[in-house]
Design a protein. Sequence first.
Lengths: 292, 398, 319
Amino acid sequence: MVLLQVIINGLLLGGFYALIGIGFSLVWGVTNIINLAHGAIALLGAYLTYYLFVSIQLDPFLSIPLSFVSIFLFGYMLQRFVMNLVVKAQIFILLILTFGLEIFLVNFMTTFFSADFRSVTPSYAGESLVIGEIVIPYIRLAVFFVCVIFAIAMGLFLDKTWTGKAIKATSLDIEAAMMSGINPAKIYAITFGLGSAIAGVSGTLLTLTQAFSPSIAGGLTLRAFIVSILGGLGRIEGALLGGLILGVVETLSSYLIGESYKNAIAFGLMVLVLVLKPSGLMGRKYYAEVKH
Amino acid sequence: MKRIIIAVILSISLLFAVTAFAEEIVFGAALSLTGKLAKEGTLVKNGYELWKEAVNKKGGIKVGGKNYTVKIIYYDDESDPNRGAKLVEKLITVDKVKLILGPYGSESVFATSAITEKYGAIMVQGGAAADKLYTRNFKNLFGIYTVATEYMDDIIELTKGKSPKSETVAIVYSNDLFSTEVAKGAKRSAEKNGLKVVFYQDYPKGTQDLSTVIVQIKGKNPDIILGCGHFQDTIVMVKQLKDYKVNPKVLGFSVGPTLPDFVNSLKGDAENIFGSAQWTMTLKYKDPVFGSNQEFVKAYKAKYKEDPNYHSAGGTAAAVIFQRAIEKAGSIDDIAKIRAALSSFNEETLYGKIKFDSTGKVTGKGMAVVQIIGGTQKTVFPDYVAETKPIYPKPQWK
Amino acid sequence: MKDKKIILFFLFLAVLIFLPYIVSGYWLRVLTQTFLFASIATGSNIIIGFTGYPAFGNIAFFGVGAYVTGVMTTTYNVPFLVTLPFCALSGFVLAGILGIPILRLKGHYFAIATVGIMETIKEIVDNMVETTGGGMGLTLPIMVGEPEFIYKYFYYVMMLCMLLSVLICYIISRIKIGYALRAIRVDEDAASVMGINTPLYKTLAWAVSAALVGIAGGIYAYWLSYIDPHTVFGGTYPVKMFAMILLGGATTVTGPLIGAFILEIISELVWSKFIAIHGMVLGLLIICIILFIPKGIFETFKGGFSFRKLLNNLRENSL
């Protein structure tokens, strides 16, 4: 029974990890940018939510659309006016650029929002669904569903809309995409905007389940890393699966081996997947591989 | 025109006269003003600044019949102990400062005190509680925080003789230096008091999920749960304890309940949680500089428009103790004399009755236990400083 | 031209040798720190710049070296200098073994795998409480002696470490392996077809790189006398290292060293001026380096400084 509870906990946690990973994976797969500032961008969403809650008592779940739109604009501008300038450079140049951005954003947040840990506790926090001995906290369940809904919506967007198809086309063959009239600069910006927006939403949800400060940005980015690698790049369903696996692996290893080993096992698993199946558990060949 | 020139000359000479009269005593501090410890570092700095103003308002530090105006040189170590060490070196060798006020954080004090020790400078710190600081045979390091291994003693003490009786305890801790020592001390203290430790587990620093640990604790159904970690993990733990409906008689944390953000972050869920405090606003101690702890609190509120907490009070207290020792030593630069004055220090300050043992750590000061009651923190133990009686056992989650 | 460069280098060396007798303890420490970064950047450049494998987590071996020295000096009372070959050896062996599977990965995948390795090692060290002190960190014995002496000592030891890294890089660049690595960087498949044993050479390159970084870690540990997993594995080290390599020029022998000097001196000057916002300034600085001088200052400003070159750089990689 405890084991079942632990696995359920892992799945609930995994939903959140998946959301963190989706945006990261999308950006990586399409634009070939490993966005080390991903966690910091997620925190922008978290702060937006926090301040809306504190100032006008806006429920975090209601601030999701606001987070999405505003962080989308931020990401769009960033890609359009900064990242696009170096996007063709060698990959480690891009790595450093995004790390520079991370340092900048984290310090920006520390200066203006302070290094205090924040958290949002709405009145319904702590209520749980109890089935026999199994406890399922409502907030975590809701967070899980929001994550899954976003994953599905993203998948549909990429498959069904013109912009989505253009994103996919660009990611597979940028030259061919350009010839069919797609403006890659714009597509890149939209992709980065979407990736950031989803990060922003995950930041919003983060405020409900834990405490955050600018200093946790790096940890969030690392989770996104693992999720993307486990699932395979650029693939929404891959990130979803990767997130769930990571969540369950963490809680299970914590239960079976020891809480303090869970990170070591998560990272070890990532390295193992990289070595054995670099394209991820659900991966097919994707842009990043074709190019390099 | 002439008049203006005269006025300028006069004011310049006046300026010279003033600076010539008031001699300076210079302290140095390399604190974390940015990075992950920016908050605590800034609070400690606030404490130092408040002390400086109070002392200078009174005419400065009196040594050998002379008044010295206090000046403090600050540097930012960016929460990096190595950088802190480098900056303390700069303070000592470039700025020629030998009186060092400590940084915040055990790692930083660890690294920087190695430098002060090497150069024969002296450090008084109100920012680190690790026991390991005092096992290195350093002569020139004095600390006013009750050490980590004694952190939980008073919470455990509080449960004695209460009914219904508490018999079992679960201890969970973050695997960093400070928290590990707190947990070790808590375990020792619990066993000494006849409690059974049914769960003892560490978790990675800054973890974002403790659900598995909580589920395991739930299986043991302990009377007391003690969390030894930092603010971030404390919040996660409280939220998840409530999620999984774990209801101990006592829920206590080493870090968290004493900070105002605790109630802001958790709202009603913070109710009845215990915390250990180096210091609280309501302690009734006298103080040589401010008159009393209450006066200190008033002065702090007036200057910073917020309540002081133990970080800032620790900064002020460390500086006050430093000052008293220098005055007693009768010298502003004889390190040996100042050290002797600190070693034999025995005075009441806003932080409590301060005495140091031969290793430089404070002894017999103890911790105050606070409990969140009605959305504010109340000092509930030990009895002689308590504002109100503790609520025991902790009511179930709403 | 060639001679001029060598003369310049030795002049620079002579200045460094006599500097401790002129500057203060603080600046000695700044310089020692700069040497440290120069060693890490130069050592890492063998795999990053020469071979073209972006080992973002190369700092893992720095941590390993630090802990080798830490554990040997505390648990086994081994003299400090004796531990350094072991630091090199452990880096060499570890990278040699890990390199066989990991170096099959390319580009981003390799970069991320190295980060994964770094984090895994960090977590393992974090959990080996008995030997490493875990998250509590490890206190090394403090060197006895006058502070003046100790600081000069570490200054020279760290300088030697830096010179060793430069020397080995120089040698590598002149012998067969250097040409092999260059071939791998330009086109690995072609190199393989030409009969170059690419797995062997790149593994060797990584192992040597790890050994050099490991020595730097060992010296760092004894110098600081306190290490903990969170500071020696990661932090801002990887990004600083990369920024230095880029600034000075990735494919050259002395580029990373020059990059280290420039960046350390700049950040030294920057944060004493902007205490409150220096983090933001550092972030912006790195962004600007990437945007405007991604090829390093020497390559970019070969024929003198001009704004047009900066803009050209910007245009070259933009979409």
